[in-house]
Design a protein around this ligand. Structure first.
Ligand SMILES: [Zn+2]
Length: 247
């Protein structure tokens, strides 16, 4: 480990009360610890407790139950969840996709759980005609674009309402590519424009299939089925918080 201020080597420098290793720079004498710049930096709770709380969050426990199980206050439980969600958001925002990418969309019904009655969105009275461009997908459905690259970098992003368009792909994936070569997708036409814009080879699998024998989207379909199983234990996820769950 080398100091990012002066480039000199770090030496071990004792441990904190919680057993976290500390280091001091042999050049500029600045100090860091194992947890510097991590989600548990400055926390008085042990790593074991953090790990348990993160498990509890993944299992969908309420803040109150997390507080009781880990012998912490409700406020601490609230703050930790916030820190974890913030760290995940940062992590997701830094993901870059490269090489061969598989991509697919998943549509979610709007869920207003936890929304106060006066904050409910109002639906427009105007109904779409039968010539609607949404063809089978209600424009009151939330479109999530999921993409995974050949190194298993995975991105799940809410892109908007209704059927996925090239613009929605641009907004969610357009700035996430680096050295991308190709996209495997189902026959959704939104990808044609997107691949042209980014000079990518588009390989399509007929809608409803995982593979046409040569090209497959099995990985991303697998992610979707795991996601479904995991989300089902929350008995309805509020649309307000959907992106946090996806992260
Ligand atoms: Zn230094």
């Amino acid at each position: 480990m080398y100091c990012n201020k002066c480039g000199c080597k770090f030496h071990k420098n004792g441990k904190t009360k919680n057993g976290v290793q500390k280091y001091v720079c042999s050049g500029c004498k600045s100090t860091i610890s194992e947890t510097t710049n991590t989600v548990i930096y400055h926390s008085k709770l042990s790593f074991e407790v953090w790990r348990n709380i993160i498990d509890n969050l993944l299992d969908g426990f309420s803040l109150r139950r997390i507080a009781e199980e880990n012998n912490i206050s409700l406020l601490t439980s609230f703050r930790i969840r916030h820190k974890v969600l913030f760290a995940l958001e940062n992590f997701i925002n830094n993901i870059i996709l490269s090489g061969e990418i598989q991509s697919d969309e998943k549509y979610f019904t709007i869920n207003l759980k936890g929304t106060k009655p006066n904050n409910m969105p109002r639906y427009s009275k105007k109904r779409t005609s039968t010539s609607s461009p949404y063809r089978g997908i209600s424009h009151h459905k939330i479109c999530v674009v999921s993409s995974i690259d050949e190194n298993d970098n995975l991105l799940l992003k809410i892109t908007g309402l209704g059927r996925c368009t090239t613009q929605m792909l641009e907004d969610s994936l357009g700035y996430k590519l680096n050295n991308a070569k190709s996209i495997n997708a189902d026959s959704a036409s939104a990808y044609q424009g997107f691949c042209e814009n980014h000079n990518l080879k588009l390989q399509t699998v007929p809608s409803g299939f995982h593979s046409n024998g040569r090209i497959n989207i099995a990985e991303i379909n697998g992610v979707h089925s795991q996601l479904e199983t995991w989300l089902s234990k929350f008995r309805g996820v509020s649309t307000r918080h959907l992106q946090e769950y996806l992260n």
